[in-house]
Structure formats: structure tokens, C-alpha cells
Design a protein around this ligand. Structure first.
Ligand code: SF4
Length: 362
């Protein structure tokens, strides 16, 4: 159902810098993005389309139970405080250390994002490729968004009302995955509950992180350490993601282990770098590790992490999942339980909404 008529008031912060130009937006539109309000964007994930075509779900489906065809991929900020060499966006992407400009309301962003996603998916309704019953069922479910991945581009966590928007998603029984590059500890502190919080850790030591992430903040390393210290104290599910780049950051296992042991996440994802977009200027196809490279690296890293074990892998995405042994291999999310715990408004732990694996490894 369209909710475009519900336009919420917008908070105006002091505008110090220009917004993204029309030219920048039109390039992104051609790539499938849809601008939402002043600072948010939606893009249909390739895995959403694959699942609708009956080609399987994303690795978060296999690892955690995210139904890819009912997942909204979006961001609440196009701006980022790093210029990572492996990012597909390249140096033309807008960067900023702090928020500036207007702040759209959570309801405005959610309503328009869902509408934009539904509009972008309309073609599936008349698709002749949807031959079997199962696909038709998925198409009938696609407008009922059940998950949001706040990770599309930029740094969604910088949105001043990040905690409010997460709560608003939860009110609609939409689970939340939030990814941050670990530069905003003060924003992490704001988040009351999220289904799963990710920190991207792109290098095992300060020197390499400066080289790969090209951060705007001079105190980028201390910021990341502070984020790790906070991660350890969170009561909801947490994950550290390593993007592995061959001949670049697949080194210094002790360095990675020290950072991981500092953050004590519930999960660790080791994922291959993908040679796409502007990152092709910085790397070669040979910088993408094969699945076997990722497996070998994961096994070696585990030698430094006695509290973790291998859980699963997803070959199409070249990713391996490690899990805390104390979770007893319960990597899937019990979504009804998660929302029930929120409604009860009592303290809970990650373990309270972890469930046994239900899907075969794909
Ligand atoms: S969880 Fe991520 S990869 Fe999976 S469907 Fe959602 S946006 Fe795509």
C-alpha cells in the first residue's frame, strides 16, 4: 500500500556543504538507485532478484535466515568518512566526517523506501520466467518487506535519528541489519536494539588500514578501537566482517585476532573482495581470493581464536562464517522471538533469539 502522502516534518541542521549534485544522482539512478528524500537511497539487491527467479538466496539467507526476496537494501546516508580502495564507488563518492544538511524523518524514509522497492520490483509480476509455483509464491510475498539491510552505500549510522528509524522498522516487524565501518562510536552508543550490528574491519593493523581505507579522521584507529570496545558490550547479535583482498590484507593473523578478541563478536564473516566498479582502478582480478583461499585463511585465523569455530560457507559469495562456540552452532535468527523480546521490553541477550540452522548449505 502506498504511503507517499505521509510526509513527516524535516529537521534542518546547519548546511555547511553542498548536497550531492544532480549529475551524481543521475549516474546513480542509471545504476538502479532511487533517491529517497534528502539523503537516503534504495537499490534492489541482486540477491532479491535471484531469489525471485528461483536461483537461491544470499549468504545471509543461508547463514541467518534472511529471506532475500523480502529484503530492503538501503542507506540513510550517501556520505562516508573513508575512501576505501576496495569500494566500488571510488574517489568521486561524497565524503564527510560529520552530518550536514536536512534530516528526514524515519517514517518518511521508511514509507518512501518501501514504495520505491515495490515499484522497482513490479516487472516480476508479469515475468514469463516465473514458471514454477514456488517462484510465484515468492513474487506474491515480495511486497511484504521483512528485513532491511542498512548497508547499501555511505555510512547509514551517521543519520542523526538512526536509533529512531531502527525502532520504527521493528514496530513494523522488519528486522534490521546495520553495517558500519567503525568510525562512529558515538553513534553506536545511541543504538538501543538492532537485530544484528556489523563492524567492517578492513585491515589487521594501523598502517595497512590507513593505506586501504584512506580515512578522513586522523584518529581513525582509536575510533575503530572504541567501536570494538562498544561491540563487546552489546546485548544483541554482533558480527565483524573482514573483506579479504589477496596480496593486500590477507596477512598479520595475530593483528586480526587481537581486534576480534577485543570486539568479541558473536559471528565473523570472512568475505572475498569483489573486483567491481571504481575499485578496478586500485586492484586486479587476481586480488580476489578464491573460495579455497578464503577457507584456508579462515582455518589459519581460527588457530588464534580458540573461542570460535567454523559454521558455514557460501560458495557463490566466497564467504565463510565463524561462530562463537558458546552459541552452540545456532546461527539462524528466530525472528518472531526477537520481536517478542522487544515487545517485552526487558533486557535480553543475542543467544535468546538464536536458533538452530534450518536450511541446507548452498
Ligand atoms: S541481506 Fe544483503 S545480500 Fe541479502 S538480500 Fe538483503 S541486501 Fe541483499
Amino acid at each position: 500500500m502506498s504511503s507517499l502522502n505521509i510526509i513527516q516534518p524535516i529537521i534542518q541542521l546547519e548546511t555547511e556543504k553542498p548536497q550531492m549534485s544532480k549529475g551524481q544522482w543521475s549516474v546513480l539512478e542509471k545504476q538502479g538507485y532511487r533517491k529517497i528524500g534528502n539523503h537516503s537511497a534504495v537499490k534492489v539487491c541482486e540477491w532479491t532478484k535471484k531469489m525471485l527467479r528461483g536461483h537461491g538466496g544470499c549468504y545471509k539467507y543461508v547463514f541467518y535466515g534472511i529471506r532475500s526476496h523480502q529484503c530492503l537494501q538501503m542507506t540513510t546516508s550517501m556520505f562516508c568518512a573513508s575512501r576505501c580502495k576496495f569500494c566500488w564507488r571510488g574517489l568521486k563518492a561524497p565524503v564527510s566526517k560529520s552530518w550536514y544538511g536536512p534530516v528526514d524523518s524515519p517514517e518518511h524514509i521508511i514509507n518512501h523506501s518501501i514504495d520505491a522497492q515495490i515499484k522497482l520490483l513490479q516487472g516480476f509480476k508479469g515475468s514469463k520466467n516465473l514458471v514454477n509455483k514456488d517462484n510465484k509464491k515468492k513474487v506474491s510475498e515480495m511486497e511484504n518487506i521483512r528485513h532491511v539491510a542498512l548497508s547499501l552505500t555511505g555510512e547509514p549510522i551517521t543519520y542523526p535519528l538512526i536509533n529512531e528509524i531502527i525502532k520504527a522498522f521493528h514496530k513494523r516487524k522488519i528486522s534490521t541489519f546495520l553495517v558500519t565501518n567503525a568510525q562512529y562510536p558515538e553513534q553506536i552508543k545511541k543504538i538501543d536494539k538492532v537485530t544484528q550490528l556489523y563492524l567492517s574491519i578492513d585491515a589487521p593493523n594501523k598502517k595497512l588500514m590507513e593505506k586501504i581505507d584512506r580515512p578522513l579522521y586522523k584518529d581513525f584507529w582509536q575510533r575503530m578501537e572504541e567501536c570494538l570496545d562498544l561491540l563487546k558490550t552489546r546485548s544483541y547479535r554482533t558480527c565483524i566482517r573482514l573483506t579479504l583482498i589477496k596480496n593486500e590484507n590477507m596477512t598479520d593473523l595475530q593483528g586480526y585476532a587481537d581486534l576480534i578478541n577485543r570486539g568479541k563478536p558473536d559471528f565473523i564473516e570472512l568475505k572475498s573482495y569483489v573486483w567491481v566498479g571504481e575499485s578496478q582502478r586500485n586492484y586486479k582480478p587476481s586480488n580476489m581470493p578464491f573460495m579455497d583461499d578464503v577457507r584456508q585463511f579462515s582455518k589459519k585465523l581460527l588457530e588464534y581464536l580458540p573461542d570460535y569455530e567454523i559454521m558455514r560457507e557460501h560458495i557463490p559469495s566466497r564467504v565463510v562464517l565463524l561462530i562463537k562456540k558458546s552459541l552452540k552452532k545456532k546461527c539462524w535468527i528466530d525472528f518472531p522471538k526477537f520481536f517478542q523480546l522487544l515487545e517485552q521490553n526487558k533486557p535480553f541477550t543475542a543467544e535468546d533469539y538464536c536458533s538452530k540452522v534450518m536450511m541446507p548449505n548452498k
